[in-house]
Design a protein around this ligand. Sequence first.
Ligand code: FAD
Length: 467
Amino acid sequence: MTSKYKYLIIGSGPTGLGAAYRLKELGITDFQIIEKENYIGGLATSFTDSMGFTWDVGGHVQFSHYDYFDNLMEKALGTDGWLTHQRESWVWIKNRFIPYPFQNNIRYLPKETMWMCLAGIIKNYKETQNTTPSNFEEWIYATFGNGIAEEFMLPYNYKVWAFKPRQLAYNWIGERVAVTDLERVAKNIIFETDDLSWGPNNTFKFPKYGGTGAIWKAIGENLIGTEYISLNKEVSKIEADAKYVILKNGEKIEYETLITTIPIDILYEKIENAPNYLVETAKKLKHSKTNVVGIGLKGKPKKELETKCWMYFPEKNSPYYRVTVFSNYSPNNVPDINKYWSLMAETSESSEKPVNHSTLIEETVNELYNDGLIEDKNDVVSKFLLSFEYGYPTPSVERDELLKPLRPWLESKNIFSRGRFGAWKYEVSNQDHSLMQGVELVNFLINGEKEITIDFPSIANAGKGKN
Ligand SMILES: Cc1cc2nc3c(=O)[nH]c(=O)nc-3n(C[C@H](O)[C@H](O)[C@H](O)COP(=O)(O)OP(=O)(O)OC[C@H]3O[C@@H](n4cnc5c(N)ncnc54)[C@H](O)[C@@H]3O)c2cc1C
């Protein structure tokens, strides 16, 4: 069986849906999305378990740099389809919760640790630094000082990325990490003030029903249309010169332009006769795996957790780096909010940081108990494990050099690789960025407009209103 489309889109995550939505908006209907899974949404999907608890692939928070994205979110679920929350994020360390950002709230620490952290900041202020950091670890020391680096930033970042911070670059940071301001830190200590309002996502929206996945399902099913999306169809081979793909079921689909959101290392492996040096280059890109353990509980969360959104865990006892009180995002994330609540714990994994999947759930429950989030293990009524091989596109020190030759060759063949793993740029790989990578690509293909998000991440991250 052979079919043919002007635009063939691989993947129904936010990037693929963004491209499809924009094509339709421009009046172009000669396109098709091919998705290997039996659901729409990619990593921004949600699952409901047999007990009726809903889970995201890790806590997804809506934050947007684009008016276009905001408008689409409203179209997807309507104005009434959302709940708005004040961000409350905390760090669990030394048997206590410290408000995030850690460096602005070190007054919560035991005095000796507090002083180590403060002394590190003061030392950095006193010593002029003449060298430019060459990796994330050096940047952390130079920005936060030894105390904060060793107490929080280094152990926490290893747990998140599953690679040592010295293996990471720091040019992706931008707005994502709050940097230190000695005056502010000292003032907070002296006046005993909490400093909570940092950052790009201090309020955020969450779908009232169905978790994050409800957004992308609505965009796919209602705004694009199911006739444009083929589920359960995995692309196994791409003939770049003859311009067709072969699916796992043997089906052949021809295209004029291919838009793909497959991780770029896998993409190169699928292309027949791709230059070997590019296949090998793509393989060197680092990524980490995401494991999400959802824990459904009976009763109510303890008082301390009633308004918390998510918590960071830098210490070694727990496998997880972040835990979300997911029932606080929407009461409909649990079967009956008067009887149940839920926690969602994320654990990273890589070739250098293996995880034992057969013990992960048990270990998570035990440490949630030891960390005081669960008061009685008998309250656990549901356990759910999700593992995604491609979770985080690692911004490794060598990433940008590796990426350089990959796109030009593909584009010379009319293949456009975009999205979280299609472009492999962590700094522009959230839902809003991913959607806009798809939208902007179509604007480029049809109208010749410059793509901002993929080519100029710092401009894209600088603020709203450009699209
Ligand atoms: C743990 C975690 C937490 C996150 N938190 C947030 C957050 O708080 N806020 C936020 O905005 N974003 C968050 N994100 C990011 C968000 O999930 C991504 O931005 C988004 O899903 C990326 O979209 P994408 O379309 O580029 O890729 P994906 O979602 O990965 O979609 C790619 C699609 O391609 C399909 N595919 C792959 N190979 C093939 C093939 N051979 N044939 C056919 N189909 C194929 C896949 O099945 C998938 O559906 C988070 C991600 C993770 C992992």
